[in-house]
Design a protein around this ligand. Structure first.
Ligand SMILES: Cc1ncc(C[n+]2csc(CCOP(=O)(O)OP(=O)(O)O)c2C)c(N)n1
Length: 185
């Protein structure tokens, strides 16, 4: 399954009480185009989605904060996982869309193929939902996404995805506007 198909699968299970923080590039564009607006669309800040998600989770304790990030972003900001685990906000969830590449900038390979997500998250002390794999059925994908959102406390869900993102236009919002829309809603 492509990352954007996974993002689309979220649509029917969102309750309206979530804030989504999406990583820069394709993922933010997909979240902007396929999921209800407004969300926190990062347009830069590569490596920082989990840190931003942690901040939003602390600022909005009444919301479930779902961070959706690519493997390039995860690898660039790995240290943020220790902070998230240490502070452990009840309302923070991480969904990793791992296509083994920097798809946004021309499909250069990342190093994520060597990652063992079970051990990685175990090491960081973050409970993870069983990884979504390429050949998983739609039902399995939906079940794991549902589990991520409904599990209590900090959880992560890695998803291995193929890379065929649709060409999507840029998000027509300035970062300051994105922040304002979020905190006014
Ligand atoms: C510090 C920094 N380095 C590089 C970039 C350029 N850049 C923007 S998006 C991106 C790829 C992000 O990769 P990933 O998180 O795996 O998401 P994907 O594009 O595969 O969906 C890169 C390298 C940047 N914005 N900031």
């Amino acid at each position: 399954m492509d990352g954007y198909q996974i993002i689309q699968q979220l649509r029917p299970i969102l309750t309206g009480n979530e804030v989504i923080v999406s990583s820069n590039g394709n993922i933010s564009r997909q979240v902007y185009h396929y999921l209800p607006q407004p969300q926190v669309y990062l347009r830069g800040s590569m490596g920082l989605p989990a840190s931003v998600g942690l901040g939003v989770a602390l600022a909005r304790p009444e919301k479930t904060v779902l961070v959706i990030l690519g493997d390039g972003n995860l690898l660039m900001g790995l240290s943020s996982l220790t902070t998230a685990s240490y502070i452990r906000p009840e309302n923070l969830r991480l969904l990793i869309l791992d296509n083994h590449e920097y798809a946004t900038t021309g499909k250069q390979a990342t190093t994520s193929k060597v990652l063992n997500y079970d051990k990685l998250f175990e090491g960081f002390g973050i409970p993870n939902i069983e990884t979504i794999n390429l050949d998983d059925s739609l039902e399995t994908v939906q079940e794991r996404l549902q589990k991520l959102l409904s599990s209590s406390g900090l959880h992560a869900l890695p998803a291995i995805v193929t890379s065929q993102p649709p060409k999507l236009s840029n998000i027509p919002l300035h970062p300051e506007e994105i922040t304002r829309l979020q905190f006014e809603s």
